[in-house]
Ligand binder design. Sequence first.
Ligand code: SF4
Length: 340
Amino acid sequence: MSAPFVIPIFIAHHGCPHQCLFCNQRSITGAPEGMVSAREVEETIRAQLAWPRRHPEAPVQVAFYGGSFTGLSMERQRELLGAAQPFLASGQVRELRLSTRPDYVTPRIAGFLREQGVGIVELGAQSLNDRVLAASGRGHTAAQVRYAVACLKEAGMRVGLQLMLGLPGDTTAITLTSGHQAAALSPELVRLYPCLVIEGSPLAELYRQGEYQPQSLPWAVALAGRLWSIFKAQGIPVVRMGLQPSAALEKTVLAGPYHPAFGELVLSRLFFNQVRAALSVRSSRQACRLSLAKADESIYRGCGNGNVKRLAALGLLEGVETVFSASQPRQSVVLTPFSP
Ligand code: SF4
């Protein structure tokens, strides 16, 4: 099935009385102030459906992002989800998706969401370690994440998990254990976010007082790569790494491993390792052709052609002809020795 065409609707901070240390939600989503009305939801869907699409056969999803959807009053939830019902009924929209907190999910809420045509719920789990969750001011436990996943699956929905790297109290070992525990919950998809210090968040104060040290960019990239590999091994897609870049976000990032193409950096690092391993087993630098997917050319080259320079510096590109094929599957590396 083709990747869905997603119509995003940002509800920002509405519905969330919490204050996670890292969160200044409005900066993160870049959403404008004010409540999104049912009419605006309807107009957004209608406008987006009217645009020509590259893959018109792709199923359409309407996604309510930002904030904690099921923390809204039932009346507001009905109003927002209700605005999408005519499009579901007509078949123009396949399903709805939304994000929420794990402790805002009960069997009753899960049943209600399913009735309203919600197919995927993304949970802001952030970590599956109780000490990290407490130190980050999340206000829920790892057990609540597991319970929410069970409730949503029981009601017939797919579940996405959002995890954060480098939270207060986090370590590499804790992050990797959280990754394995999250993979064991068999989510439909995962998003990975490095913890950034956002102006206006409580974490910004801790950072200024020297009580929080964010991860460096190379460290966060390497760690995200290890998590990506854990999920990949279980066949779980990591659909996003790093926050969506926006002018509002860039203005408010005070410190931390921010890069507008964070995910690309991670994939590029992973692909460098994969290509290096394949070239390293070549016998005595035998001349060969290195064939890669055309779509992987930029992650192969890396930022500023850095990967190619490193491979060359290691002597691994001697006698290698590199070709990019439009028909080759992504992230595959094919090495063919030239006949003598
Ligand atoms: S629960 Fe979500 S919206 Fe609420 S403070 Fe935490 S991160 Fe922000």
